[in-house]
Design a protein around this ligand. Structure first.
Ligand code: C2E
Ligand code: CA
Ligand code: CA
Length: 733
């Protein structure tokens, strides 16, 4: 019974007492003071007229002798109709016994008021529950009605209250039904001991348990360990009464060991003095999955699945904040020939190369190393020297910060050719690194330093590792300066071809000129290719620069021919960079340059280094075939410095090889060099290739080369690379 019900009953009893006492006094007065009988009866009637409950006076037989208007109202009869009727006619047969019982108890104990509920029947035969209490006011000596004579009956309509409690019952039933048929998981949990008192099937299904298993279990043991702290805090707020409900996103454990992400809502209700938590559990595992994927997508590179630039910069900044000086190293990695792979083999293969490189790099990561893709063919690794490693003895030590070794391992991890769809792709990487040598350095500053060092590594010939130093900084400033200047220089024609003769050893005739680029810098003087070609390659300017030199050189040849100069009969040998070879538009550039100068393709040779050819054999073969198809000739430059694979030579449509200067240097002095040169000449010839020796500086070298059967020679002995004016001057003297 609820507190409300009790209050209601107490107040009812009090009202009954008041009325009963009042009636008693009045009736007694009626009897004792018969002289005032009529007047009293009037007052009695008036009082009863406005009384909110039904009051009936009956005689000892239960016949109604007086009734107030409220009695008429609840029985839907008139007062006149009521008077003279038996009270028992007004109630259901089932209620008779209750009334008799009350009368008996009243007679025995003489207690003033006892309340019970009986059913009244109105005029239309409709039953209505009323609270019934009675009071004997008659002479107890006359036992004519269950031992009572005159009785005052008090009736209070409780159908409203009945309806309310019935509504409550109904609500309970609905709640039960809603609870058990709800598609979302629900549980009723005792707040005091966290035990589940009821649970629906949906929650049981969600947790992969039976309802029986769950009943009596604590919610804590079903909660994911990482969510306990939050849930406990929320529960404490409920218990302290700071809140009466809360919502969380939390995980529950399933029987199969998995967990489910849920949106859980808890509200407290009081039931019979016990605090219960109504717990709603909605499965959001799928949404969480999508949300997690989205956040993964925001912080990761979709191609390689590595963390992206944004996320690694944030992590690096965080690490730098807590790290001591020289505890963190950043490595900046740039693939050397990726653009060529991408341009010549297509983006599909390019992407696969990046994926495989990422995989190989990843397998080199130790605890505390972080790898990210920075975009394009750039990767970043940071080495966290604050990470402590457990060694075999179980001792915890500071891990060594060894950026060079990490860089070296990364380079070696990609040394083996990557095979994709029958293509053998060789990728190399230039790596620069920097350490946090000054306190408070930011991620951005470290990345800039490592990036500058990486450019240093590129400038040193690629596939190198360079550490950041102040000198690197100066160089990187110079580098930026050079890039800007180079663009301007192209526009101002400061880049000019120099010519170096290539001489037929049998006849001594100059049959070819190698075209070598120079930069006539207005302030810095004459610059050689090593000062700006690597830069131009990195910035993509090489394509434009190469085309410029090619056109100028061909224009020169056309001019010699126009002036009937004997060199008009020579051919030109132009160096091709990796970028130019990979440029899908390059063949068109060549055709235009030849066409506009009226030069036939057979007067033009291209020199391609071994390294460029072997960086991607398939792509290079395709590009070379296209050029050869135009009618130009092709030669392999710097032969011997790269992979020196003669078997590859058979695959390429090349007609000549140029033996690198470093071998020619040693002939006659170094036995090995002599035999290498001799071997290359023989093998070249057996493949039907012309063999040209570079760097011929002495008559002895010339003599030996001639005896070994080399076809042509190039070097200071015959002439240095010179601008065309100088060349003509030399010739005329
Ligand atoms: P390379 O193709 O091997 O060019 C031959 C280099 O050897 C030239 O250096 C030349 O000056 C030098 N040389 C020639 N004879 C001798 C000699 O007897 N002794 C010594 N010690 N050196 C000799 P250079 O002009 O400084 O060119 C360096 C490299 O730059 C070239 O090597 C070539 O790979 C590249 N290069 C030059 N011009 C161009 C160009 O227009 N386009 C491209 N893509 N690369 C170019
Ligand atoms: Ca060359
Ligand atoms: Ca060369």
């Amino acid at each position: 019974m609820s507190a409300g019900t009790i209050t209601l009953l107490v107040s009812t009893a009090a009202a009954v007492i008041v009325v009963a006492v009042l009636c008693m006094v009045l009736v007694q007065r009626l009897r004792q003071q018969s002289s005032q009988l009529d007047a009293s009866r009037d007052r009695f009637s008036k009082l009863l007229e406005h009384f909110p409950d039904a009051v009936l006076g009956t005689d000892g037989d239960g016949v109604v002798v007086a009734a107030n208007p409220r009695s008429a109202a609840i029985t839907r009869r008139s007062v006149e109709d009521l008077v003279g009727r038996s009270f028992f006619d007004l109630i259901t047969a089932e209620s008779h016994e209750a009334v008799h019982e009350q009368c008996r108890r009243m007679a025995e104990s003489d207690r003033p008021a006892v309340t019970t509920v009986i059913d009244l029947i109105d005029r239309d035969g409709v039953g209505r529950p009323v609270e019934f209490s009675l009071l004997a006011v008659g002479d107890e000596q006359i036992p004519d009605h269950d031992g009572l004579s005159e009785i005052v009956v008090l009736l209070r309509d409780v159908s409203d209250r009945e309806a309310t409690s019935e509504a409550l019952d109904q609500a309970r039933r609905w709640f039960q039904r809603a609870f058990h048929s709800a598609p979302t998981g629900m549980a009723l949990v005792r707040m005091d001991d966290d035990r589940i008192v009821d649970v629906n099937q949906s929650l049981a299904d969600l947790l992969d348990h039976s309802r029986r298993y769950l009943l009596g279990r604590s919610m804590r043991e079903l909660t994911h360990i990482d969510d306990l702290r939050t849930v406990t805090a929320e529960r404490a707020r409920l218990e302290l009464g700071l809140e009466d409900s809360y919502r969380t996103e939390q995980r529950y454990l399933r029987r199969d060991g998995d967990f489910v992400w849920t949106k859980t809502q808890v509200a407290v209700i009081e039931e019979d003095g016990v605090s219960l938590a109504i717990t709603h559990v909605e499965d959001i595992t799928e949404q969480r999955g999508i949300a997690e994927q989205l956040s993964h997508a925001a912080t990761h590179d979709s191609l390689t699945e590595l963390p992206n630039r944004g996320s690694i910069v944030a992590r690096l900044d965080e690490l730098l904040m807590s790290a001591d000086v020289d505890e963190v190293a950043v490595l900046f990695i740039d693939l050397d020939n990726f653009k060529m792979i991408n341009d010549s083999l297509g983006h599909g293969i390019g992407d696969e190369v990046l994926r495989q490189v990422a995989r190989r790099f990843r397998s080199e990561m130790r605890v505390g190393d972080q790898l990210a893709r920075f975009g394009g063919d750039e990767f970043v690794v940071f080495v966290d020297g604050t990470t402590r490693h457990a060694d075999e003895t179980g001792e915890i030590r500071l891990g060594p910060l060894e950026p060079e070794r990490v860089a070296d391992r990364l380079q070696r991890s990609i040394a083996d050719a990557i095979e994709i769809d029958g293509h053998e792709v060789i990728v190399t990487a230039s790596i620069g690194f920097a350490t946090n040598s000054t306190p408070g350095v930011s991620a951005a500053e470290m990345l800039r330093a490592a990036d500058a060092a990486m450019y240093r590594a590129k400038g040193e010939g690629r596939d190198r590792i360079a550490r950041f130093t102040d000198e690197v900084l100066a160089q990187s400033d110079r580098y930026l300066q050079t890039t800007n200047d180079l663009r301007r220089a192209l526009a101002r024609d400061e880049l000019v071809p120099y010519f170096q003769p290539i001489v037929e050893l049998a006849t001594g005739d100059t049959t070819k000129f190698e075209v070598l680029v120079r930069w006539e810098h207005p302030e810095r003087g004459l610059l050689g290719p090593e000062d700006f070609v690597p830069n131009a390659e990195m910035t993509g300017l090489m394509i434009e620069l190469g085309a410029h030199i090619l056109r100028d050189a061909l224009a020169q040849l056309a001019s010699w021919r126009a002036h009937d100069h004997p060199w008009g009969k020579a051919s030109l040998s132009v160096n091709l960079s990796t970028q130019q070879l990979a440029d899908p538009n390059f063949a068109v550039v060549v055709q235009e340059a030849l066409g506009s100068n009226g030069i036939e393709p057979s007067a033009l040779w291209f020199e391609i280094t071994e390294t460029t050819l072997l960086s991607d054999v398939t792509a290079a073969t395709r590009a070379l075939r296209k050029l050869r198809g135009l009618g130009v000739h092709l030669s392999v430059d710097d032969f011997g410095t790269g992979y020196s694979s003669l078997t590859y030579l058979k695959k390429f449509p090349v007609e000549a090889i140029k033996i690198d200067r470093s071998f020619v240097d040693g002939i006659g002095i170094d036995g090995d060099d002599s035999s290498i040169v001799e071997g290359v000449i023989r093998l070249g010839h057996s493949l039907g290739l012309q063999v040209i020796a570079e760097g011929v500086e002495t008559p002895l070298q010339l003599e030996l080369l001639r005896s070994m059967g080399a076809d042509a020679g190039q070097g200071y002995l015959f002439g240095r690379p010179v601008p065309v004016g100088q060349l003509e001057l030399d010739q005329s003297t």
